[in-house]
Design a protein around this ligand. Sequence first.
Ligand SMILES: Nc1ncnc2c1ncn2[C@@H]1O[C@H](COP(=O)(O)OP(=O)(O)OP(=O)(O)O)[C@@H](O)[C@H]1O
Length: 259
Amino acid sequence: MGTSDPTVKTNVAVDETGVDTETILQTRDLRKEFGGLTATDDIDFGIDEGELRCLIGPNGAGKSTFVKLLTGRLEPTDGSIYYDGSEITTLPSHERVTRGISIKFQVPSIYPNLTVRENIRIPLQTVADPANFEERTHELLERFHLAETGDEMASTLSHGQQQRLEIAMAMSLEPNLMLLDEPVAGLSVEETSEIADLLTTINEEDGVAFIVIEHDIDFVESIADQVTVLHQGEIFTEGSIADIRNDPDVRRIYLGEEE
Ligand SMILES: Nc1ncnc2c1ncn2[C@@H]1O[C@H](COP(=O)(O)OP(=O)(O)OP(=O)(O)O)[C@@H](O)[C@H]1O
């Protein structure tokens, strides 16, 4: 694991519309073995600033392992991770968060026995200026449609509201990149569409980049610019959701359809 690699794309590039784009996160040969099992097999992956990418793939493809390597929850067997121009391969999770990577796992990690407002205050107090702390708390509650439940215990919220609260807590840290593992698992159709609107709004208005692991292909279609398909620990293919949906090889491996 080197400290710098001249072949890693960290420079500003220009896309076909002439707009400057920049890679915010990139992996090189990222590998994780569990005993004799290779969960991620030398993955080269990149995502631009402000992009919203979904990661899909059949069960056991390596999606969660890959995201845990990005968050620092797992240490890679080999390979490197670069974020915002610096190597972060061995950086502890909390330092990745400080640098602007926000993490949200499938099970909401809120504090059930605190009020909604108190939950928002926990991450916020680590970053907000004391002078505008109350104002920021209020803004976050309003923005994420939680103001009316501000004084209620977080445990009393619906599953959809808890997901929204956790996204609000993550946004209080003003991240540049959010990693979400199955954010709509177990949610109703209405709650799913609300989370889709929320993520696309955060992406468009705040410029936050997203990597979202998701099984619900309709949800993926409603939010993603580009999709990366993992299979057996490797990137199987990448492309627009339309291309991915129409790719017979993807249907075969991901949807379990035999040709
Ligand atoms: N802590 C672990 N110890 C041993 N094997 C593991 C561990 N975590 C994951 N694996 C194995 O690594 C492979 C990839 O698992 P992973 O959970 O990353 O896949 P996934 O694509 O997220 O699957 P799913 O969609 O079912 O969540 C699987 O074979 C899994 O059994």
